[in-house]
Design a protein around this ligand. Structure first.
Ligand SMILES: CC(=O)SCCNC(=O)CCNC(=O)[C@H](O)C(C)(C)COP(=O)(O)OP(=O)(O)OC[C@H]1O[C@@H](n2cnc3c(N)ncnc32)[C@H](O)[C@@H]1OP(=O)(O)O
Ligand SMILES: O=CC(=O)O
Ligand SMILES: [Mg+2]
Length: 525
């Protein structure tokens, strides 16, 4: 660790630390941690307490204590001009080339991701801050693979997603304690770019991941208010779109918007973490088991109810409801499969636009034109906030909690093992988003795969042909898949075996690990 002379924060060296971890930035991070570090730990503890109640049989419901907020007539602060029309948002890790490509992609917005799409190595996190600082100042450039990367005259509006509350930044410590990954990513981006953004006539725009309650939203709102005061920014310079991507948050959408009303930029349906959260929160139950991952689509009633409720809630509050990510990406070298992938994305975007979403996510620049065409056709105005779509919807707790029908198949079990193994190996290599079997996989999609394996094995499920799914059976299956992958990629043998070891522990141990990235992070260099 590098001991900084005037600060209590110690951090690992990095070639760009002189630019990113400046004295001013470290002082600001210290202040954020002094004010908000303890409350973050309390919120994480509250998650554990809630989980214990769910394990004991409690089911989520809309909150009694906040009924007046749901019934009240209030709206979020008016949206700034550059957040009115968000029809297509591309997402991607904070890698330098991808930041440039995403900003140039033709999408309205770009969410630069320190979270699901990022493996939080120290290098990735600090390089990511450098890339965003250069992007904001329009000085970002790159020569790579014989290509020269520069920003176009017109680029997407930048949104930044810091890490979730559960993640530490272990490479920087305060009095020996790891910093919060959320505060680290948020704080550095805000500190280094606030004045630049204001002078450009825009603001600091964020996506907030994996919230489980409106009290967590209150914490973020307090972080934003403090930051604006501390950095001398007008109130509302910071605007945040909250991902509704846990089953618990789905019951508190109004309350989350209310807590953040001065800083809100709406909600987003993070479908992949939502599915993961459903499995995780109901880990103890046998009456909410999800079938094969491939059949839990946005077309199922449970997922439709969730996304329509997000649309209804947002529009009532003058807020945009952004759709989610189809995992289909362009397929190279197979025209038929490529056409099928585009058709899947088209159907997904048409469903979202028709339901009333105000914009959507794409994973790849190749999908921007398609999503834009769909939203241009089905959403003539800048958004659908005043469209009245879903205004008469009535969603009950049961509508959100009834799992889709379907089978667990041998192919589904094998696919989960294969995807989990390949993803964990890539993540440990420092890559947080990867193509596997022509689908985008990231920390949210891979969590579904490994969580299903745990639940199926620990809740005595069988595949549709009657074969029991057991921890011992999964151990054998993981070993077989690992052997195959090692044969295919002998140069990655050590990494693949490490991933197999971690996956075996995750799916066979009695305890359900809340996030695979927690034991993963302990192994990350
Ligand atoms: C559940 C959720 O949270 S979803 C949000 C988080 N997940 C993500 O953001 C995933 C974003 N997508 C990606 O990371 C990538 O598309 C992947 C990993 C799935 C596939 O990446 P690749 O295999 O590199 O794709 P491919 O080879 O087709 O890329 C072609 C070009 O497009 C670029 N590209 C691909 N995806 C993106 C992206 N999302 N943003 C910017 N550029 C991209 C590549 O860098 C490459 O550029 P180049 O031609 O200049 O070299
Ligand atoms: O973050 C998005 C998701 O689907 O998860
Ligand atoms: Mg997510």
């Amino acid at each position: 660790m590098t001991q900084t002379t005037r600060h209590r924060i110690q951090h690992q060296p990095h070639p760009d630390s002189g630019r990113v971890l400046t004295a001013g930035a470290l002082t600001f991070l210290e202040e954020l941690h002094a004010r908000f570090g303890a409350r973050r730990h309390e919120l994480l503890q509250a998650r554990q307490q809630r989980q214990a109640r769910l394990d004991a049989g409690e089911l989520p419901d809309f909150l009694r204590d906040t009924a007046d907020i749901r019934a009240g007539d209030w709206k979020i602060s008016p949206l700034p001009a550059d957040l009115q029309d968000r029809r297509v948002e591309i997402t991607g890790p904070v890698d330098r080339k991808m930041v440039i490509n995403a900003l140039n992609s033709g999408a309205r917005m770009f969410m630069a991701d320190f979270e699901d799409a990022n493996s939080p190595t120290w290098a990735n996190c600090i390089d990511g801050q450098v890339n965003l600082m250069d992007a904001v100042r329009r000085t970002i450039g790159l020569e790579q693979g014989g290509k020269s990367y520069r920003l176009n005259d017109t680029t997407a509006t930048l949104l930044v997603r810091p890490r979730g509350l559960h993640l530490d930044e272990k490479h920087a410590t305060l009095d020996g304690e790891a910093l919060s990954g959320s505060l680290f990513d948020f704080g550095l981006y805000a500190f280094h770019n606030a004045q630049e953004r204001i002078s450009q006539g825009t603001g600091l725009y964020f996506y907030i991941p994996k919230l489980e309650s409106h009290l967590e939203a209150r914490w973020w709102n307090d972080v934003f208010t403090f930051t604006e005061d501390r950095l001398g920014l007008p109130r509302g310079t910071i605007r945040a779109t909250v991902l509704i991507e846990t089953i618990l948050a789905a019951f508190e959408m109004d309350e989350i918007l209310y807590e953040l009303r001065e800083h809100s930029a709406g909600l987003n349906c993070g479908r992949w973490d939502y599915i993961f959260s459903f499995i995780k929160k109901f880990r103890a139950r046998t009456d909410r088991i999800l079938p094969d991952r491939a059949v839990v689509t946005m077309a199922t009633p449970m997922m439709q109810n969730y996304s329509k409720l997000a649309i209804q809630t947002c529009h009532k509050r003058g807020a945009p409801a952004i759709g989610g990510m189809s995992a289909f990406i362009p397929v190279k070298g197979d025209e038929a499969k490529n056409a099928a992938a585009f058709e899947q994305v088209r159907l997904d975007k048409e469903r979202e636009a028709t339901n009333g979403h105000d914009g959507t996510w794409v994973a790849h620049p190749g999908m921007v034109a398609l999503a834009t065409e769909v939203f241009d056709r089905l959403m003539p105005g800048p958004n659908q906030i005043a469209s009245g779509k879903q205004a008469d919807l009535h969603v009950t707790a049961a509508d959100l909690l009834t799992p889709p029908q379907g089978h667990i198949t041998e192919a589904g079990v094998n696919m989960n093992v294969d995807v989990s193994l390949q993803y964990i190996a890539a993540w440990l290599d420092g890559r947080g988003a990867v193509p596997i079997h022509n689908l985008m996989e990231d920390a949210a999609t891979a969590e579904i795969s490994r969580a299903q394996l745990w639940q199926w094995a620990h809740r005595e499920q069988r595949t549709e042909d009657g074969t029991p799914i057991t921890p011992e059976g999964l151990t054998r299956l993981i070993a077989a898949h690992a052997e195959r992958l090692v044969r295919e990629q002998p140069e990655r043998e050590a990494r693949l075996r490490e991933a197999a070891g971690l996956l075996e522990t995750l799916v066979t141990q009695e305890r359900f690990e809340d996030f695979l990235t927690l034991p993963g992070y302990a192994r990350l260099a």
